[in-house]
Design a protein around this ligand. Structure first.
Ligand SMILES: NC(=O)c1ccc[n+]([C@@H]2O[C@H](COP(=O)([O-])OP(=O)(O)OC[C@H]3O[C@@H](n4cnc5c(N)ncnc54)[C@H](O)[C@@H]3O)[C@@H](O)[C@H]2O)c1
Length: 256
């Protein structure tokens, strides 16, 4: 999909990858980029409009779609990008040991926000004969993030939902891309090379945004800004047993 001239929504746009997506979309000529975040600081994002919205609340996401479409025309691209990383435990005490609050927050932001976006946008996209979702998952949704089961599990679910969305609505003219980066230099992991996500280096949010919009313009489902991820995913599929053993071995170097 050519993003120029389009009305676009970006969630999680107060900072990081969301902010970089806003900048990239505007540089490529999007007609209206609506930046949204749960943080009031989204008002500092250089977008065409700014909206405070908690994406875990379906009613707020619906109200956002109504407001943007009423004022700025039909939305063509919804970038469901907000996410949280919590429950990271490098003592590896218990994979299921994150608090109930951390598990619930991960499900609500990393999975249900994509469901809320679909519920707001699918009927609109069907009515206008098509539309696009760019859903930010993670390489952790294809592989795993050593030390955080809540993040790894919910990013797998995010990818599973993106697949299902793409298949269910292909004949409705709806297209989906799933953005799956490894480590990116944002507030989420910072620039700490000792973070397990950073094994293959940390790239900038700007480079991720460029890769993401290139992927949307090519209408590619899987967008992998780190080329190594494709190789690791293939190795996992080719020999799952060996991959589990290799990941367990790798984990030993991160134990605190
Ligand atoms: N940074 C990385 O290494 C990395 C790697 C792979 C995937 N990702 C994914 O990229 C996306 C963006 O993350 P980032 O790295 O820019 O991190 P970030 O923490 O800088 O940005 C995430 C944004 O999401 C917002 N957000 C959180 N909960 C929200 C809610 N309930 N409603 C609305 N907004 C909410 C935050 O306020 C924040 O502005 C996330 O989905 C993340 O999981 C990040």
């Amino acid at each position: 999909m050519d993003v120029s001239g389009k009305t676009v929504v970006v969630t999680g746009a107060a900072r990081g990858i969301g902010l970089a997506l806003v900048n990239e979309l505007r540089a490529r000529g999007a007609a209206h980029v609506a930046a949204t975040d749960i943080l009031e600081s989204v008002h500092d994002t250089p977008a065409d409009s700014r909206h405070v919205c908690d994406v875990t609340d379906a009613a707020q996401v619906e109200a956002l779609a109504v407001e943007v479409e009423d004022k700025h025309g039909p939305i063509s691209l919804f970038c469901s990008n907000a996410g949280v990383l919590n429950g990271l435990d490098l003592s590896f005490e218990n994979a299921g040991g994150a608090s109930a609050e951390d598990w619930a927050l991960s499900w609500n932001v990393n999975v249900m926000a994509h469901v809320n976006a679909a519920n707001a946008m699918v009927p609109r996209y069907k009515a206008q004969g098509g539309g696009y979702f760019l859903n930010t998952a993670s390489a952790a949704g294809l592989l795993t993030l050593i030390g955080s089961a809540p993040y790894s599990v919910t990013k797998h679910a995010a990818l599973g939902f993106a697949e299902n969305l793409a298949i269910t609505h292909r004949d409705d003219g709806i297209r989906v891309s799933a953005l799956c980066p490894q480590a990116v230099n944002t507030a989420m992991i910072g620039d700490d090379p000792n973070n397990p996500a950073a094994m293959d280096g940390i790239i900038s949010a700007e480079d991720v945004a460029k890769a993401a919009i290139d992927g949307v313009e090519a209408e590619r489902f899987l967008i992998l800004p780190h080329p190594n991820v494709d190789e690791y995913f293939r190795a996992k599929a080719a020999n799952y047993e060996r991959w589990i053993g290799g990941m367990a071995k790798m984990q030993r170097q991160f134990k605190v």
